[in-house]
Design a protein around this ligand. Structure first.
Ligand SMILES: Cc1cc2nc3c(=O)[nH]c(=O)nc-3n(C[C@H](O)[C@H](O)[C@H](O)COP(=O)(O)OP(=O)(O)OC[C@H]3O[C@@H](n4cnc5c(N)ncnc54)[C@H](O)[C@@H]3O)c2cc1C
Length: 210
């Protein structure tokens, strides 16, 4: 299954019900004696009334493996994502896999076109003259990425808090979004910490509408 090539893995997280509640209680100064139940009710209230700021006090780091065309969509979330690193085609030449949808017949020659582009990329690097300087080798790798297909699978690590996550989910889970970016969003959701289950259920219930 081609969508199986798309992956999301949570590398770590901070915060949850407690930090979000404490951030919200600062407004009213009423944190004394609150039970866990009170904090869950507060989360419900905050989501319902779109008090977004406390949700910045919980976040996580996620590693994605996605085609370049999805990566381009992910990096448009410049405000929602607080930190982001992607692999460098200047320092690496390990690109070897391209996304292959299984709902496309090969009459389009999609696979052949991607394979030729991928081969051209590796050939450009392989054909680097033996006497090329370090700088020239780096330059060839830089230029060779110009022939990679945008279906090439790449890695990106993103840092996102729950407030930002809402913005991404609201847009990328929507039915009008492309299948692959919807799948990416669903896999991000699946890998989120189980400690956030109550919060995420509430956000889903209210349509990620923080
Ligand atoms: C179905 C779909 C189709 C799309 N098609 C295209 C396309 O054809 N071409 C294209 O270029 N893009 C396209 N996009 C990308 C889209 O236009 C957004 O750039 C992208 O989804 C990031 O959204 P954002 O700006 O809300 O993200 P973020 O930058 O993460 O912003 C998050 C939120 O912060 C606030 N914010 C961000 N910047 C500002 C600001 N400067 N001032 C005030 N508030 C701000 C807004 O509330 C915003 O929603 C598409 C997106 C979707 C979901």
């Amino acid at each position: 299954m081609a969508l199986g090539q798309i992956k999301a893995e949570c590398l770590g997280f901070y915060g949850g019900v407690e930090t979000i509640a404490q951030a919200a209680y600062v407004s009213t100064g009423a944190s004394e004696g609150k039970t866990y139940e009170d904090k869950l009710k507060l989360i419900d209230y905050l989501v319902k009334h779109r008090h977004a700021s406390p949700f910045r006090f919980a976040g996580c780091t996620i590693r994605l493996r996605i085609p370049i065309f999805c990566d381009r969509e992910i990096v448009t979330h410049t405000v929602a994502i607080q930190g982001s690193v992607g692999e460098s085609a200047r320092y690496r030449n390990t690109f070897s896999e391209f996304y292959t949808p299984d709902d496309l017949t090969d009459t389009t020659n999609y696979k052949g076109a991607c394979a030729i582009a991928m081969l051209s990329y590796h050939r450009m690097i392989k054909d680097t003259p033996a006497n090329a300087t370090k700088e020239q080798r780096a330059r060839i790798r830089e230029l060779a990425r110009g022939v990679l297909p945008v279906a090439t699978m790449v890695e990106r690590i993103i840092q996102v808090n729950i407030n930002g996550l809402c913005s991404i989910m609201r847009q990328r889970l929507a039915i009008q979004a492309q299948l692959e970016i919807r799948d990416t969003a669903q896999k991000i959701l699946k890998c989120l910490p189980s400690e956030w289950e109550f919060i995420l259920n509430k956000l889903e219930e209210y349509g990620w509408n923080l």
